[in-house]
Ligand binder design. Structure first.
Ligand SMILES: CC(C)(COP(=O)(O)OP(=O)(O)OC[C@H]1O[C@@H](n2cnc3c(N)ncnc32)[C@H](O)[C@@H]1OP(=O)(O)O)[C@@H](O)C(=O)NCCC(=O)NCCS
Length: 238
């Protein structure tokens, strides 16, 4: 049984803590967080010991828990500057996860309950797979990717560094999702997604915004929109 520190007192940290407790294989002994107001408090019964930099002075294995992959990768780089190497990171895989032959999971990655990696799947470092993510043959997820609950990737999909795949996203085989891209909840992705863009919908298309970062510009509506049931119980066709 290894002792583990979670870094960042986030929702993901609480989910990871619950998963580690459920697995019973390792033990979370503390949480590190840069918010000075949290020092000395507890999260789900685990003490917050101090800032992230404290990791360099301790010996426990680490799991980085910011919900966004970009933040996890930036934190890993910061800790590397303080001498925290890849060997310090744990890998957490809930016992219900299925990892098929030929697959690999990188340091610092967190695989929550019910995930399936069918075969020959490559998962990078500091990747988070939320419950029931399904990755199929020859998928490749680069460092810092996040798959929210229920993401499903067909075969040979490649996902670039730090990309965020929202809940229930589906991606067709052979598609590439660029680094730092975001896929909205429920996206059905049929074509390559360029780096840094946000795509939503079924079939997925780019969510465009004006330059001031204001409201989204019109984006394609699916053909054959479903009628909506209004609060008056009437059917409205948008
Ligand atoms: C896509 C997403 C990142 C956009 O978030 P945002 O930048 O805050 O965008 P907004 O909520 O302002 O919505 C902008 C527009 O996109 C639409 N939109 C937002 N999310 C959408 C989605 N998943 N699918 C389709 N359209 C979506 C909104 O309806 C809105 O359209 P409108 O301008 O025509 O009214 C976000 O909605 C999303 O899906 N995030 C993933 C959530 C998730 O999986 N969380 C898991 C946590 S564990």
């Amino acid at each position: 049984m290894a002792d583990i520190l979670l870094v960042a007192a986030s929702g993901l940290a609480r989910e990871t803590l619950a998963s580690v407790r459920d697995a019973g294989t390792d033990r979370v002994v503390g949480i590190l967080d840069d918010d000075p107001a949290l020092a000395g408090t507890t999260v789900s019964g685990v003490p917050v010991l101090g800032p992230a930099a404290l990791a360099a002075q301790r010996s426990e294995r680490l799991l980085l828990c910011p919900g966004q992959g970009a933040a996890r990768i930036a934190l890993a780089a910061r800790l590397a500057d303080l001498g925290v190497g890849a060997e310090r990171y744990a890998v957490h895989v809930h016992p219900s996860v299925v990892i098929g032959a030929g697959s690999a999971v990188g340091a610092g990655s967190i695989l929550l309950a019910g995930c399936v990696l069918t075969c020959d799947v490559t998962v990078g470092e500091h990747v988070v797979l939320m419950p029931r993510t399904v990755l199929t043959h020859d998928d490749e997820l680069a460092d810092g990717v996040t798959c929210a609950a229920g993401v499903t990737l067909a075969g040979r999909v490649r996902v670039g560094e730090r990309a965020y795949l929202g809940m229930q996203t589906s991606v067709r085989q052979d598609v590439r999702v660029g680094a730092d891209a975001t896929l909205g909840m429920g996206a059905v992705v049929l074509r390559d997604v360029p780096p840094g863009r946000t795509w939503v919908g079924a079939p997925a298309a780019e969510l465009r915004r004006d330059r001031a970062g204001g409201p989204a510009l019109p984006h394609p509506r699916p053909v054959g929109v479903l009628p909506l049931l209004t609060s008056h119980g009437r059917i409205r066709v948008p």
